[in-house]
Design a protein around this ligand. Sequence first.
Ligand SMILES: [Zn+2]
Length: 95
Amino acid sequence: MPVAIKRAPQRTCLACRQVKNKRDLLRVVRTPDGVIEIDTTGKKAGRGAYLCRVRECWEAGLKDDRLEHALKSRLKSSEREQLLSQIKELLKGAR
Ligand SMILES: [Zn+2]
């Protein structure tokens, strides 16, 4: 009898294109109000994109405008900086 393996949901990091378990990635979301924010719960409404929990992927994603494409939204440079500083804070406590 084959054993049914419950697979964790997987998502692709938009910077390095690696497929990972959803919980190993961080979600960024554009809310219906047009606010770009990091969704630490993974449950916020809006258009979302996923990136690895490493700073390099966030820097690459923000620099190459891949995040803008994924969210279909222009990011102000102040918003980019805010996201990056939030990421640095979040990742500091990781592991
Ligand atoms: Zn990545």
